[in-house]
Design a protein around this ligand. Structure first.
Ligand code: NDP
Ligand code: TDO
Length: 314
């Protein structure tokens, strides 16, 4: 099986390069045509969605996994055309190319397609109403994939973190090394989900085969606030010897931490349908966090302090 992995250097893409390796020949793309170890791979700029067709024609994949996206939530407010090109137009083209060749497509989307006014975990059938450009562009991407006629699965996930890439966990460790006190919002609730879990479940789905095209939710079980997540990060980081001391983590309201983009107050997704369909076990978010530190114990060093903050993403 030939798998074309778009965005092989993002948080999820990095873990997918590991998890998909046993399924066949994985051809990865990055923007500059280089992997972190310097090895060459296929260059692809998704801001030019027409480049996608030639690549898919040449590689002739059985499966395309699209982990590339414009994920800088605040910056997307200032560059909506770019966000829509990468998050909506490109996935539409990819999906239509897959439909034309009979290739299957796995695509990822976000809790930010919801407005966060729910009071129970969101199901796939719940109404969407994104609050910002990032969420609107991702929703347009979902619709383009669904309309393409390709056999596909859109995995909506949320609050993704890992040892690689730009994410909240690494931002907290970096800020925690610089400051004695952090202020973190306690009135936005969601399910922190490690990139390795998304990658492992994606491999399990491909091993089994897509049961039915559509959207499925995939997040860790349980829920917490960003403040609760930050406290857990420092507790686990200390327990695993990643940091020697923790800053004070003060709970604040969203109004006390103004950001360019509005974020949903309630971001909890119900992964029950996916778990039942594919027989996958979904860990509790805190256990998944502890596993992340265990898995990465050897690789931490001081890299978190050196990484750009999540607001620098693009
Ligand atoms: N991060 C999160 O909290 C969440 C993410 N998701 C979704 O999960 C998926 C994976 O996200 P995640 O791994 O966190 O994202 P990252 O921000 O870690 O990685 C995004 C990837 O997209 C690539 N990319 C960005 N712009 C372009 C472009 N113009 N052309 C080609 N590639 C580009 C980057 O490539 P390069 O490295 O080469 O620059 C990078 O590899 C996305 O669909 C995202 O929307 C859903 C919910 C939460
Ligand atoms: C750095 C920082 C952030 N915050 C707040 C801001 C925001 O409300 C929340 C999360 O901040 P971030 O900017 O790291 O996360 P954000 O970019 O909003 O994360 C989102 O990314 C996209 C791609 C998704 O799809 C979502 O599921 C979600 O993970 O924490 C604080 O309260 N204190 C802080 O010191």
């Amino acid at each position: 099986m030939t798998i074309l992995l778009l965005g092989g250097n993002g948080q999820v893409g990095h873990e997918l390069r590991r998890s998909l390796a046993s399924l066949g020949n994985v051809v990865a793309t990055t923007r500059d045509g280089r992997l972190p170890d310097g090895d060459p791979c296929e260059p692809l700029d998704m801001a030019r969605p027409d480049a996608v067709d030639a690549l898919i024609e040449r590689i002739s994949p059985d499966v395309v996994v699209n982990a590339a996206a414009h994920t800088a939530v605040d910056r997307a407010e200032d560059e909506p055309d770019l966000a829509f090109a990468i998050n909506a137009e490109a996935p539409g083209r990819i999906a239509r190319a897959c439909a034309a060749r009979g290739a299957r497509l796995i695509h990822y989307s976000t809790d930010y397609v919801f407005d966060g006014t729910g009071d129970r975990p969101y199901r796939e059938s719940d109404a969407t109403a994104p609050l910002g450009v990032y969420g609107r562009s991702k929703l347009a991407g979902e619709q383009a994939v669904a309309d393409s006629g390709a056999r596909h699965l859109i995995l909506r996930t949320a609050w993704v973190y890992g040892l690689h890439g730009a994410n909240f966990l690494r931002t907290m460790l970096r800020l925690g090394a610089e400051r004695d006190e952090l202020r973190v919002v306690a009135d936005q609730v969601g399910s922190p989900t490690p990139a390795w879990l998304i990658a492992d479940v994606t491999a399990a789905i491909l091993r089994r085969g897509i049961v039915e095209s559509g959207v499925r939710h995939l997040v860790s079980a349980g829920q917490t606030s960003w403040h609760g997540f930050a406290e857990a990060i420092f507790a686990e980081a200390r327990a695993h010897g990643v940091v020697e001391r923790s800053p004070r983590v003060l709970p604040i309201s969203t109004a006390e931490f103004p950001t360019k983009a509005s974020r949903p107050a309630w971001s909890v997704l119900d992964s029950g349908r996916l778990a039942a369909e594919y027989g996958v076990e979904i860990p509790y978010w805190y256990a998944a966090l502890a596993t992340t530190f265990q898995r990465g114990a050897r690789n931490w060093g001081d890299t978190p302090r050196l990484h750009p903050s999540s607001s620098d993403r693009g």
